[in-house]
Design a protein around this ligand. Sequence first.
Ligand SMILES: Cc1cc2nc3c(=O)[nH]c(=O)nc-3n(C[C@H](O)[C@H](O)[C@H](O)COP(=O)(O)OP(=O)(O)OC[C@H]3O[C@@H](n4cnc5c(N)ncnc54)[C@H](O)[C@@H]3O)c2cc1C
Length: 435
Amino acid sequence: MAATDRVAVIGAGPIGLYAAFRLVKAGHRVVIWEKGSIGANVEQWGHVTLFSAMALNLPDDCRKALETGLEGAPPRCVPSEDAFLTGHEFRRDVLLPLASYLEATGRCTIQEHCSVVGLARGHLLKKEGIGAVGDSRRETLPFRALLRRNDDEAWEEAMAVVDCSGTYAPETAQRSGSGGLSAPGEAKAEALGLVSRVIPSPGSFKGKRVAVLGGGFSAITTIRKLADENVETVWLVRKAKSEAPYQRVEGDPLPQRDALAAYGNGLASLGTSGSLECVRGARIQRIDVVRNALKLTLTDSTIVEVDHLVSLTGYRPNADLYRELHVHQCYASDGPMKLAATLLAAAAGGGGGDCLKQAAPGAATLRNPEPRFYILGMKSYGRNSSFLMRVGYEQCSLLVDELAGCATLDPFKAPPGAPDPPCDDAAAGVGVAVA
Ligand SMILES: Cc1cc2nc3c(=O)[nH]c(=O)nc-3n(C[C@H](O)[C@H](O)[C@H](O)COP(=O)(O)OP(=O)(O)OC[C@H]3O[C@@H](n4cnc5c(N)ncnc54)[C@H](O)[C@@H]3O)c2cc1C
């Protein structure tokens, strides 16, 4: 595949794979760079059951394509629209078959265990090629991606990049201290393996006393699993006693989600029940390691002693990937600004609570100052956790409309092995430097 006429997708999660599906169907050639294996993040929480049914988790065109099959990709039996799958089943029965289908088209290559470390635009520095002042070099130059496979690093090129790398990873998890910073002592406790930042696998804490920090769906999912396993648990909830931890959506069209919210509010109102103690208004002031266990000091001086802290306070996007590109990020959510502004406006208008009522708001909101660089999927919502796959699938349709102007990116095609287009100031005929 010639590097200069392809679209690169970062991440083989549900949205990256569907983006590739739509791009391939629209005639583009696609490469997917995936840090782990296909559906790696979904597999991390594979034992958890999705709260949205298959009807929302797989678009119709993709279902039909999988059921029909292709030469080289056999027809598949896809789980029914009303099925609620675990993450593991979703990966096995949907994501892996979709990946095989994509490769069978001959227009998509999936490179697993290939991590994108960073992206640049040709050889331009960040301060060069600024579109807002009429310098159009970034319009025509290919992207250069620094890729890491095992110990090896290499550059590869693409004419458009779609970042679907999600946010669910321990490295990008928000920290546990009051105000979102690391609590003093947290880094040391983490280095000793006493703090974790993703939903634990079943059986991880047999015979231990565990603190779970957080008031989101990951936290209550974990609390429920630990209660089933009779693990002694202290649930640290930031919201005060006067507020229910979970805001319930009236007539929630996702009953499983509502049941989880009701369960969380019920447990929190009880305070102590069975093996669970719930501490409200909890903010961690510092973390000390004492004889290979944790002493958590809260801001009101309460001391909580546990063997392990599961910190589930949300995730933020990894902006390192596009640090050298022109991306305008929202100061509150770290998501791309145009989409973040639309989400904020929806929330202010009262429509923010129910993520099923959210729609992907038009191709223009996907655009960044960096031409042909798009952030889709979970990552496009930044720190906002209300993202649903359904919205990501809509974004993929918009992306195809957006790239339609480039047809198969032919205008930028260069013969295989051709050198980079000139990008020094003299050759490009434009000279802009911003200090
Ligand atoms: C417990 C849990 C339950 C959920 N339940 C639902 C539900 O019921 N319904 C729903 O709609 N949503 C649900 N979600 C949200 C769900 O995770 C997302 O909707 C979905 O997985 C997002 O897909 P994505 O493709 O954007 O990102 P991800 O699934 O996170 O995929 C991102 C991919 O990018 C890869 N990657 C990361 N960094 C790099 C890099 N530098 N280079 C290359 N590859 C990289 C990762 O390895 C991963 O494979 C749930 C989330 C959790 C945590």
